[in-house]
Design a protein around this ligand. Structure first.
Ligand SMILES: Cc1cc2nc3c(=O)[nH]c(=O)nc-3n(C[C@H](O)[C@H](O)[C@H](O)COP(=O)(O)O)c2cc1C
Length: 169
């Protein structure tokens, strides 16, 4: 496994998850890791790191060349589940290539992922793919992506993930 696609929304019918699945299907050698089927404990900064599911998750992060996180935007930031992934991943995150797929309720929150990206860049020396996917409800019809622009963005993000990760490896 070279790439990890982490879906962090716990909502049934999640739009970030729908997009993450499309991207994972287009990236050979990727694993789709869904927090809905693989619940992780909230980080306590201590004993959580000894739990088997956290040890296993950290191994997946360590082995990945590049990681895409599918994120619901909550309160002008990433959801707590997404932030928890970083707290559990810790040192395993160093030097990874990261990309983002965001689902939001409104277009004004498009910068919400930036404090999360800053922490990955400055704290963990990650390389952030400087073009992410940001979609709203009206880009979908039920569980189908209807927006050609969003489909195009997902395809580009998958290609950039491979291109940038390969170039740096
Ligand atoms: C607690 C909460 C806070 C939210 N805050 C924002 C916000 O600040 N900006 C925004 O555009 N949408 C916000 N939303 C809407 C979600 O981003 C939207 O429902 C999105 O589709 C969630 O992702 P998901 O479909 O993958 O679960 C919020 C939703 C919830 C439940």
């Amino acid at each position: 496994m070279s790439y990890l696609v982490i879906s962090t929304s716990l909502r049934e019918g999640s739009r970030s998850k729908i997009m993450a699945k499309v991207l994972a299907e287009s990236v050979k050698d990727s694993e789709f890791f869904d927090l809905q089927n693989n619940p992780l404990p909230m980080c306590d900064g201590d004993k959580c790191y000894d739990l088997p599911e956290v040890i296993d998750f950290r191994k997946k992060v360590k082995n990945a060349k590049g990681i895409i996180m599918a994120i619901p935007i909550y309160n002008f930031n990433v959801s707590s589940g997404a932030k928890n992934v970083i707290e559990l991943g810790g040192k395993m995150l160093y030097d990874k290539v990261f990309g983002f797929i965001c689902a939001a309720g409104g277009k004004s929150s498009y910068m919400s992922v930036m404090s999360f990206a800053n922490s990955l860049m400055i704290d963990y020396r990650c390389i952030i793919i400087p073009k992410f996917v940001y979609a709203l409800k009206n880009d979908f019809d039920g569980n189908k992506i209807t927006s050609p622009e969003i489909k195009q963005r997902i395809s580009e993000l998958g290609k950039d993930l491979i291109r940038i990760s390969e170039a740096l490896s």
